[in-house]
Design a protein around this ligand. Structure first.
Ligand SMILES: [Zn+2]
Ligand SMILES: [Zn+2]
Length: 183
């Protein structure tokens, strides 16, 4: 049982690497422009509040579960199933975390870090900070940058950053600035 938990955790960990690879190369490398993930991801950057439809992603996750999880369970038994299970659980966690970074102010140190890391990627330099759940692979591949004050284009601004008057909330003012006019 203990070893199955370890396998499950390794499956979760392997998602963090995939998250980096998919985002950096399929999302942002011009050599792979036009791939289905890249098309959705470019739109996510351009519109800010756009996310690829959940049914599409759920269908893909189900496909992975069947096409990879099936053979993995057949080849490696419970360990194969645990590894793919861990991977899919961490993938789901990533989806929820990424969406909430855009829709809600973060809670605690990790929540604040994750938003600054990700919005530096969105608004300062999309060639850096590709990791969403962890900085690990950015550190290994030397794409990690510590964000300064992040200039947020008004048109793409996250709702949680603003007060009712449309200004950056006082508690975020040292870390984010609004740029340009709202349309
Ligand atoms: Zn994003
Ligand atoms: Zn991106």
């Amino acid at each position: 049982m203990t070893s199955l938990i370890v396998t499950f955790a390794l499956g979760m960990f392997s998602w963090t690497f995939l998250e980096y690879v998919i985002h950096r190369w399929l999302g942002h490398d011009p050599r792979y422009r036009g791939n289905p993930f890249g098309v959705e991801h470019v739109r996510h950057h351009a519109e800010g509040n756009y996310f690829a439809p959940t049914p599409k992603k759920a269908a893909l996750a189900a496909l992975v579960a069947v096409l990879i999880g099936g053979p993995a369970a057949w080849l490696a038994g419970a360990h194969g199933a645990a590894a793919i299970g861990g991977l899919l659980v961490m993938y789901g966690t990533y989806e929820v975390l990424h969406r909430r970074e855009h829709t809600h102010a973060g809670i605690g140190g990790y929540g604040r870090w994750a938003r600054r890391h990700h919005f530096h990627h969105h608004f300062v330099d999309p060639k850096t900070n590709h990791g969403v759940t962890t900085p690990l692979w950015d550190l290994i591949f030397r794409t990690y940058r510590t964000p300064g004050v992040i200039p947020v284009p008004a048109k793409l601004c996250m709702r949680w950053l603003l007060d009712d008057a449309g200004a950056v909330r006082a508690e975020h003012a040292a870390r984010y600035q609004l740029r340009g006019a709202r349309s």
